[in-house]
Design a protein around this ligand. Structure first.
Ligand code: SAH
Length: 341
């Protein structure tokens, strides 16, 4: 059955029109879906019952439900969200004061097999529909019992391998007559799919772009992210530069620190040189250990030292805590653990 959350505002208007309904009915329905965030058709009291019956007949309102939760309310929570076909994906809920962030998945599994990421280890099952990503967002608001003010596409999967559905979900969540989450509060993270970065630079959108870099030299990056063989740094970096120039936005580069692998001062220096031409920020995150990868997080003093080397040379950088490693919050870990059981 079709998910009602798959429809853009214009598509919803067309559906209502095809049911012989005036335009304002689709506006009312949009309000129920994205302002009042109704979870059942019966509550949509101002819609005529014959319209509701037609909608019930054609569309499902349930795009994602909770299968399992790890963690508790004050900290990072990891949710295994069950989709209509029974497939499960992970989402992570993070609270930092007033900042409430949800990290959603865009695919069940992943094709890209980054060395330290559990998502790819379990293989790829399927793309998620836009409504299933919106469903994860709405589920997070339900669990927080509050509004979410940040959305990151950093769960399972590669957003630019499911480009149209991810952009559609982001646009619906951004729509000002509905959820109205600001574009700058929506981050799309890629392992470095060059055509996707180019395409996004042409969208005329204010969404944030994050690029998972993890190494400043090809040989090492190809070992950690096999996608680098397809889109090596000599192609990736100029496209990131073009993106920043064209959109006027700052790109964030993600750099997961792994002890003895990519955390040396020499590599910090190479990173500075590589990124010098680009208006960017580097997010450094200690590795969250995963069973399938034998790397470990850096020593305690390495992270701050690495940040200092970057900032002293004029590269903006921040060291983040890898919150939630106790609850297996790294990409793909919970779903992977489920399968092992
Ligand atoms: N495919 C997209 C988004 C999903 S991964 C991408 O690659 O950006 C989100 C981020 O988590 C990426 O930067 C990824 O490299 C990082 N990540 C995955 N597993 C991790 C782990 N075990 N420890 C730390 N970061 C990890």
């Amino acid at each position: 059955m079709n998910l009602i959350h798959n429809l853009s505002k214009a598509e919803l208007a067309e559906v209502c029109l095809s049911f012989g309904q005036p335009k304002y009915r689709s506006d009312q329905l949009w309000q129920w879906l994205y302002v009042k965030k109704a979870s059942d058709w019966e509550s949509m009291k101002n819609l005529p019952s014959d319209l509701r019956d037609k909608l019930i007949d054609k569309f499902s309102l349930q795009s994602a439900v909770t299968d399992k939760i790890d963690g508790n309310e004050d900290e990072t929570r990891k949710v295994l969200a069950k989709l209509p076909d029974g497939e499960c994906v992970e989402e992570v809920l993070l609270v930092d004061g007033d900042r409430k962030t949800v990290c959603v998945s865009c695919q069940a599994g992943c094709k890209f097999k980054c060395a330290f990421c559990a998502s790819g280890q379990a293989g790829f099952t399927r793309n998620l529909e836009a409504g299933e990503m919106i469903g994860q967002f709405l589920l997070a608001e339900e669990l927080f019992n509050d509004r979410i003010n940040n959305l990151v596409f950093m769960g399972m999967g590669e957003p630019f391998d499911n480009y149209d559905n991810v952009m559609k979900a982001a646009r619906i969540i951004n729509n000002e007559d509905g959820i109205n989450l600001g574009a700058r509060r929506i981050t799309i993270s890629t392992c470095g799919i060059v055509p996707g970065i180019k395409k996004m630079s042409e969208e005329g959108l204010q969404f944030e772009l994050s690029v998972s870099l993890h190494a400043p030299v090809d040989e090492l990056r190809s070992r950690l992210l096999p996608v680098n063989k397809q889109y090596p740094l000599r192609e990736l970096i100029p496209v990131c530069g073009d993106y920043a120039e064209k959109t006027g936005r700052i790109i964030t580069f993600e750099y997961t620190l792994i002890k003895g692998v990519n955390d040396s001062p020499a590599l910090a220096e190479k990173l500075v040189k590589l990124l010098r031409p680009i208006h960017c920020h580097v997010n450094l995150i200690p590795l969250s250990p995963v069973a399938e990868f034998d790397g470990v997080p850096p020593d305690k003093e390495t992270g701050p030292m690495f940040v200092e080397l970057l900032t002293d040379s004029g590269t903006n950088a921040t060291l983040r805590n890898s919150r939630g490693s106790a609850i297996k919050a790294a990409c793909g870990q919970l779903r992977y653990a489920e399968r092992e059981e």
